[in-house]
Design a protein around this ligand. Structure first.
Ligand code: HH2
Length: 280
C-alpha cells in the first residue's frame, strides 16, 4: 500500500515527491515579499501554481526570515483568510496555512485549509490543542529559537540527531493528544537556526529523518544556503540551486518539497521520476 498523508478530506499519496507551492501574502518575505500581497494577485498566482502541477498551496501571512518581527495574529488572519477560502473553494488542491499562531490556524482551517504548517514546531500548547481538535494535516518543523535571533551562532552537537529527536518528540506528543499518525509530516527546517554546514548535513543525511517513520518535507527554495554556495545574493537568481536541492531531496526520500518555482521543479521531478521508471 502506498504511504498516505491525511490532510482533512484529502489522502495524499506520498510515494512520489509532491510539490508544495509557496504563496506569501506578505509585504516582506525574503524572496517574493509584496508580489502577492493583494488577494487578486495571490489568487492568480495560486491558480497558476496549480496549473503548473503544485499538489499543495502553502499560504503564509507572516515572514519568518532571519531577523523578522512577529506579525499580530489579527493582521495575519486578515491577510490569509480570503486567499485560503478562495483557493480551497475553487482549485481542488489542499491548501496549507503557514503560521505559528493558533488563532490564525483556526481561522484558516475554518476557511477551508487542510494543512497547518507550523514553523515553530507546535511548541505553543494552543497549537497542539488546535491540532487535536481538527483533522488537518500537520507539518512539524524544527526551528532553533525565534526568527529574530535564530541565526546568531546556532550550535548543535549532532544536528541530525537533535533535529530528529525534536521532531519525533513533538509527533509523539501530538499522537498522545489523539492526533492520528497519518496526519503528521516532519520538516528539518532548513535555514531556521542553522549554519551552512548544518543545512548541508541535514540534506546529506535526509534518509535518517525519513526513518523516523513520517513523511518528510524539505523547504530550501531560494534560501541563503544556496546564496552562499553559489555566491548569489539575489534570492530570485537561485533557481538552479533550488532545483538541485529539490532533486536531491526527492532522491533521498522527501515526501514533499516546498518551492517558489513550481513550474521548473515539477518538470525536473517529472524527468527524475521517468528515470526511476514510474509513470510521470
Ligand atoms: N520556510 C519558510 C517558510 N515556511 N515552512 C516549512 N514547513 N518549511 C520551510 O522550510 C519553510 C516554511 C521560509 O521561506 P519563505 O516562506 O519563502 O519566506 P518568508 O518566511 O520570508 O515568508
Amino acid at each position: 500500500m502506498s504511504p498516505v498523508w491525511r490532510c482533512g478530506r484529502f489522502a495524499l499519496d506520498v510515494s512520489k515527491t509532491l510539490v508544495m507551492g509557496v504563496l506569501n501574502v506578505t509585504p516582506d518575505s525574503f524572496s517574493d515579499g509584496g508580489e502577492f500581497e493583494d488577494p487578486i494577485s495571490a489568487l492568480e498566482r495560486g491558480r497558476q501554481m496549480v496549473a503548473e502541477g503544485a499538489a499543495i498551496i502553502d499560504v503564509g501571512g507572516e515572514s519568518t526570515r532571519p531577523g523578522s518581527d512577529e506579525v499580530p495574529p489579527a493582521e495575519e488572519v486578515t491577510r490569509v483568510r480570503p486567499v485560503v477560502a478562495a483557493l480551497a473553494r475553487d482549485y481542488g488542491v489542499p491548501v496549507s496555512v503557514d503560521t505559528r499562531h493558533a488563532s490564525v490556524a483556526r481561522a484558516a482551517v475554518e476557511a477551508g485549509a487542510s494543512i497547518v504548517n507550523d514553523v515553530s514546531g507546535f511548541r505553543d500548547p494552543e497549537m497542539m490543542q488546535l491540532a487535536a481538535e481538527t483533522d488537518a494535516g500537520l507539518v512539524i518543523m524544527h526551528m532553533l529559537g525565534e526568527p529574530k535571533t535564530m541565526q546568531s551562532e546556532p550550535r548543535y552537537t549532532d544536528v541530525v540527531g537533535e533535529v530528529g529527536e525534536y521532531l519525533l518528540g513533538r509527533a509523539r506528543e501530538l499522537e498522545a493528544l489523539g492526533v492520528a499518525r497519518e496526519r503528521i509530516c516532519v520538516d528539518p527546517g532548513i535555514g531556521f537556526g542553522k549554519t551552512l554546514e548544518h543545512n548541508l548535513e541535514l540534506l546529506r543525511r535526509l534518509p535518517e529523518l525519513a526513518e523516523l517513520g513520517y513523511p518528510v518535507l524539505v523547504g530550501a527554495s531560494r534560501k541563503s544556503l544556496i546564496g552562499i554556495v553559489l555566491a548569489e545574493p539575489d534570492p530570485k537568481r537561485r533557481l538552479e540551486g533550488s532545483l538541485a536541492i529539490a532533486m536531491w531531496a526527492a532522491a533521498h526520500a522527501a515526501a514533499v518539497v516546498r518551492v517558489h518555482d513550481v513550474y521548473e521543479t515539477v518538470r525536473v521531478l517529472r524527468t527524475w521520476s521517468a528515470i526511476e521508471g514510474e509513470s510521470a
